[in-house]
Design a protein around this ligand. Structure first.
Ligand code: AN7
Length: 393
């Protein structure tokens, strides 16, 4: 059993709404006292749907086997920074190559449950790729609005190939989201951005899987764009706490890119809401977002866990992307912001030496091949001869 509730006034809402009448964001309230916990926290068979008892759906899910992503240890970085344990959860190994799949399996299932035949989103890329894939699986029409020229190549390719109607606008993500919200309202299309509270329900399973595999960490570090994921993961931990499956909460630590950092700025001033950034810019186009819709939820997650917010430069992002790659972990720039932020915070002495830290790597390296080639340089080209090849080695 569950209901939809406003995070500001507590009023209940209908299942197909995205905002309370007071304007507040909605949240799914799972009635935890009525849940039959039919899963074991044994580190085995991790997946989004292992935790179905805590997910708000009533029908068989539309699934492509999402979740169950690996948790890797970064021993060399632990030594370098003098931190006890550093893990990376590689969400780039989900079906479409990002954590968005956890949300879409639930969101698209909800669209079917509500009898909708079309879904839509604005996106910096990964949401659109994932939505197109799950909509295709479910046989729904998919409409995507992108900031033209500012979406990584792999993501556009996925949205197109999986059959979404893809439109680029001459504006940024924040403009696109504003437009698609109104389009969805007028044309009765189901909106799958992270204002949709059901999507965040799927994403909260990142927290469940971490606890399932290693127990309660001291800190979770992740990149923040529209601020849905940090809110979702926090909610997951909070539910496990309420169910007495853990006895505390990790410090939620959100990392933004320097040119797109409204949440970091609000955090510095201890504010509960943001002032939007009008021209967000960063090499990590996935988090090139100036007006995050879930900002209030995200700031609560940070304050209530005594977490942190930090900003990183494009150079720090690329350097962390290369560090991860040298450890065999291929991620896109936005994902590397988590590790870049951890390194920066550790060097400032903001991380305790005995912490267990989990960084979320949100998307796969292949999402943004153009940036990878730009920062690594093109391969050398030589005559087709053994001698010439050896001369280069
Ligand atoms: C790789 O696809 O907003 O803070 O439209 O693709 O939950 O927004 C992507 C966001 C981090 C930020 N890492 O997550 C979109 C979109 C990657 C991302 C984020 C995104 P949120």
């Amino acid at each position: 059993m569950y209901s939809l509730r406003c995070i500001e006034c507590g009023e209940e809402s209908k299942e197909d709404s995205y905002n309370c009448e007071c304007g507040g964001l909605l949240e799914v309230k799972i009635h935890l006292d009525q849940v039959d916990l039919d899963f074991k926290l044994n580190g085995k068979d991790l997946s989004v749907w292992k935790y179905r008892a805590l997910l708000p759906v009533r029908i068989e899910p539309v699934t492509l086997k999402e979740g169950g992503t690996p948790l890797y240890r970064l021993e060399r970085l632990e030594k370098e920074l003098g931190i006890r344990r550093i893990y990376v959860k590689h969400e780039g190994l989900n079906p479409s190559g990002s954590f968005k799949d956890r949300g879409m399996t639930v969101g698209v299932t909800k669209a079917i449950e509500l009898g909708r035949n079309a879904v839509a989103c604005a996106s910096t890329g990964n949401t659109s790729a994932s939505m197109a894939m799950y909509a295709a699986r479910a046989g729904l029409k998919a409409y995507v609005l992108l900031p033209a020229g500012k979406v990584a190549l792999g993501k556009v390719a996925q949205a197109l190939m999986h059959g979404a109607e893809v439109i680029g606008i001459k504006g940024n993500f924040d403009d696109a989201l504003k437009i698609i919200r109104e389009v969805c309202e007028r044309l009765k299309i189901y909106l799958l951005n992270s204002v949709n509270p059901f999507r965040l329900e799927g994403q909260k399973t990142i927290a469940y899987e971490i606890v399932d595999e290693i127990g309660l960490p001291d800190r979770v570090v992740l990149p923040v764009g529209n601020a849905g994921n940090i809110s979702a993961i926090y909610k997951g931990f909070k539910e496990f706490l309420e169910l007495q499956l853990i006895d505390g909460l990790p410090k939620m630590t959100g990392i933004q890119a320097k040119g797109s950092a409204p949440i970091y700025k609000a955090f510095l001033e201890r504010k509960e809401d943001i002032t939007p950034v009008t021209n967000p810019e960063t090499i990590a186009t996935a988090i090139r977002i100036g007006n995050p819709v879930n900002a209030r939820k995200a700031l609560r997650a940070i304050y209530e866990t005594k977490g942190l917010a930090e900003v990183v430069s494009d150079e720090e992002i690329i350097s962390a992307q290369k560090l991860l790659a040298k450890n065999g972990i291929g991620v896109e720039p936005a994902s590397a912001a988590s590790v870049a932020g951890l390194i920066k915070l550790a060097k400032q002495g903001m991380i305790e030496k005995d912490e267990t830290v989990v960084c979320i790597a949100t998307g796969n390296l292949l999402k943004d091949p153009e940036t990878a080639i730009k920062v690594c340089g093109e391969p050398k080209i030589v005559e087709a001869s053994v001698e010439k090849v050896i001369s280069l080695l």
